[in-house]
Design a protein around this ligand. Structure first.
Ligand code: DGL
Length: 259
């Protein structure tokens, strides 16, 4: 059997990537690593976050011997992909804001990027805008609360529509008779809220979720499984807190993951 692929996030956001990975690579085993003890990543200072995630990978790679890793987290990828690639020999696939495809697709030229405060602050994100979206008006919207709201929503707890609107309102820009037509979901948690976003939006926009593109990239990097197999049993999830609550365990189980 092939070695597993590590999928990493600070919370449940990576599940939006895992479901696409499974569609593209049904013969693969995945280990889903959740740094819930460090959640949310959005407010972390850069240096301690680099240290934390890099050391966590040293441990996870030694334990699970993965063939490759998918960083299903924009906040971590935009900060330390180069560091991880230098320190470890396995291939890393990152998740970074889909600014390039958004710039190619927008018709109005007004694009918004909805992300954590960390991702919005990164030089990497500014670099993507400079390299691929100079011809567009890009609005960066950093939300403190959305990732936590997604964590609640996916566990079946109510999320207040008004509070949610407060976090996304700045994405909707009208200028010279033009309107934002694409909002990049630059945090893997946010696709879980996309149906609510659609209901709140003052006009229809394309909510760009890069999960499928990431899965295709991971397939390119790892290739097909050694032998096509019908896999029995569950993939595994690892929580750094060591103690996910009942709602989390049930959720994880529903995604075909065992603790
Ligand atoms: N899911 C993560 C991302 O894509 C970050 C969530 C958080 O830790 O705040 O950026």
């Amino acid at each position: 059997m092939s070695d597993p692929i590590l999928v990493f996030d600070s919370g449940i956001g990576g599940l939006t990537v895992l479901r696409e990975l499974r569609t593209v690579m049904p013969d693969r085993r995945f280990v889903y690593v959740v740094d819930d003890a460090g959640f949310p990543y959005g407010d972390w200072e850069e240096a301690p976050l680099v240290q934390r995630v890099s050391d966590l990978f040293a441990e996870m790679i030694a334990t699970h011997r993965p063939e490759a890793a998918v960083i299903a987290c924009n906040t971590a990828s935009t900060l330390l992909l180069p560091e991880l690639r230098e320190r470890f020999s396995i291939p890393f696939v990152g998740t970074v804001p889909a600014i390039k495809p958004a710039a190619e697709r927008t018709r109005s030229g007004l694009v918004s990027v909805l992300a954590t405060p960390g991702t919005v602050r990164r030089d990497y994100t500014r670099g993507l805008i400079d390299d691929f979206a100079r011809q567009c008006d890009v609005t960066l919207v950093g939300s403190q609360k959305l990732a936590g709201m997604a964590e609640s929503h996916i566990r079946g707890r109510p999320v207040d529509g008004k509070a949610l609107w407060g976090e996304i309102a700045e994405c909707f820009v009208e200028r010279d008779g033009r309107r934002t037509d694409i909002v990049v979901l630059a945090c893997t948690h946010y696709p879980f809220l996309a149906n609510m976003f659609r209901k709140l939006a003052p006009w229809p926009v394309d909510w760009l979720d890069p999960a499928e593109a990431i899965a295709r990239q991971a397939f390119k990097v790892t290739g097909a499984a050694v032998a096509a197999e019908l896999l029995e049993g569950f993939d595994h999830a690892v929580f750094t807190s060591g103690a996910p609550d009942y709602a989390t365990r049930r959720l994880i189980h529903g995604f075909g993951l065992a603790l």
